[in-house]
Design a protein around this ligand. Structure first.
Ligand code: SF4
Ligand code: SF4
Length: 153
């Protein structure tokens, strides 16, 4: 079953990417799939609607559960961050306060690879933040603030 759920998640991602203006060749490259497989997916072949329905339910989980479950299913951080970013309906704004001591725990924890350390301070790329809040849980100085953007759909 996990393989079928992964297929469903890739299908939803491919559909969203096509909606965003990517062509099939670009989608295949982003998802590291054969172009013909992407074409089959988009035409509803080689895929059960059950898998798509389950995947749709997963995308509606809270951000942390969506992210951690997707990572557990794929065991591939790059594909996980693409699927989660593409299928997430919410947007988040992340800031790091001056109390940051640059320990790096947040960067090591972020499955979206949204955090880098520069000049002994963490910097978060809100574009890639999915709002899982796992960075905040490990931060010893409570320096991370994540808020949901009101214009997120
Ligand atoms: S909330 Fe923190 S750990 Fe989660 S994606 Fe955003 S920056 Fe990464
Ligand atoms: S975990 Fe907190 S203190 Fe450590 S680098 Fe990240 S924001 Fe800074």
């Amino acid at each position: 079953m996990p393989k079928h759920i992964v297929s469903g998640l890739k299908y939803l991602t491919a559909v969203e990417l096509i909606r965003d203006g990517y062509n099939q060749k670009e989608v295949a490259k982003i998802l590291e799939m054969d172009r013909s497989t992407v074409s089959h997916y988009l035409n509803g072949r080689n895929l059960s609607w059950n898998s798509i329905e389950v995947a749709e339910i997963i995308t509606k989980f809270c951000p942390r559960d969506f992210l951690t479950l997707t990572f557990a299913l794929l065991n591939d951080s790059e594909k996980t961050r693409i699927i989660v970013k593409t299928c997430s309906k919410k947007e988040f704004h992340a800031t790091v306060e001056d109390s940051c001591i640059g320990c790096g725990l947040c960067a090591d924890t972020c499955l979206m690879n949204a955090i880098v350390l520069d000049d002994l301070k963490a910097h978060i790329d809100s574009e890639w933040c999915c709002g899982c809040l796992m960075c905040g849980d490990v931060c010893p100085t409570n320096s991370i603030k994540i808020s949901e953007e009101k214009n997120g759909c």
